[in-house]
Design a protein around this ligand. Structure first.
Ligand SMILES: C[S@@+](CC[C@H](N)C(=O)[O-])C[C@H]1O[C@@H](n2cnc3c(N)ncnc32)[C@H](O)[C@@H]1O
Length: 255
């Protein structure tokens, strides 16, 4: 298994999976990954997680508890899984926006929503680090399996705090390197060896899935992310481990 190099300060911008890159190149490299996987993204999620991502997303949306009349923003929302769950839970009576940097992912999301008869979600191309939304305009901000892909995590967290209304809530769901010690060797072997193989045979793109797997192992552990949320102005940060810490929900408040 490749050795996992410990992160230097401000690490994410310099890492593309386990490869050291110029921070200016990272966004376009991540962009290529998601343009390549967009068509297979949903089926690959089911395969790679054994369907668990559906339960995790159900849990996330229960925790968010979206309500009619609220302004909900799902950043890095991709093919719309979280937004569609929010839509269902609010009977279409919340204002829901999906924002993602990759138009290919949004295109698949829009088509999926249409297939489900949902036409009132707004799909916006935009960067988590520079959101095209007004200050204090959002009741609930969510980002699921997205934060590890942005170049500057702290900037994305500050943007979340900026767009949230006072009293607004922040939710992040991510894979985490901080799994329980008993699961850790198995989990790391799965990420590094099995996920790229599934990517190679099903999505025909081993490199994209190698990046996705490696980026999981480079993401900040739970307590470190909570601290960075607080520093960005997302207060009372706490987290909940799901499935032994394989997935984690962080939540915080803009007070
Ligand atoms: C693993 S997918 C998650 C999609 C969806 N949230 C889900 O849970 O199924 C990550 C998404 O993050 C998006 N992304 C990556 N960098 C981004 C950025 N800087 N701003 C907004 N979206 C970004 C990608 O385009 C991709 O759609």
């Amino acid at each position: 298994m490749p050795k996992i190099t410990l992160a230097p300060s401000n690490p994410e911008s310099e890492w593309f999976g386990f490869r050291r890159v110029n921070p200016q190149d990272k966004a376009s490299m991540v962009g290529r990954v998601f343009s390549s996987v967009a068509g297979n993204y949903d089926i690959m999620n089911d395969l790679m997680s054994g369907g668990l991502h559906r339960l995790w997303k159900d849990t996330l949306v229960r925790r968010m508890n979206p309500r009619a009349g609220q302004n909900l923003l799902d950043v890095a929302g991709g093919t719309g899984d979280v937004a569609l769950r929010c839509h269902k839970r609010t009977n279409g009576e919340a204002k829901i926006t999906v924002c993602d940097i990759n138009p290919a992912m949004l295109k698949h999301g829009k088509a999926k929503a249409l297939d489900q008869g949902v036409t009132d979600i707004t799909w916006v191309t935009g960067d988590a680090e520079n959101l095209p939304f007004a200050d204090s305009s959002i009741d609930t901000y969510s980002i699921a399996f997205g934060l590890r892909n942005v170049t500057r995590i702290d900037q994305a967290l500050r943007e979340a705090a900026r767009v949230l209304k006072p009293g607004g809530r922040f939710f992040c769901m991510e894979f985490s390197p901080g799994v329980t010690p008993r699961l850790k060797p198995l989990y790391e072997a799965y990420c590094v060896n099995i996920l790229p193989l599934i990517g190679q045979f099903i999505a025909k793109d081993r490199d994209a899935y190698q990046y996705l797997a490696e980026s999981i192992l480079k993401f900040p552990p739970q307590a470190a992310l909570a601290k960075r949320m607080e520093q960005a102005g997302l207060e009372r940060a706490k987290w909940t481990d799901l499935t032994g810490g394989i997935a984690v929900i962080h939540e915080g408040w803009r007070l």
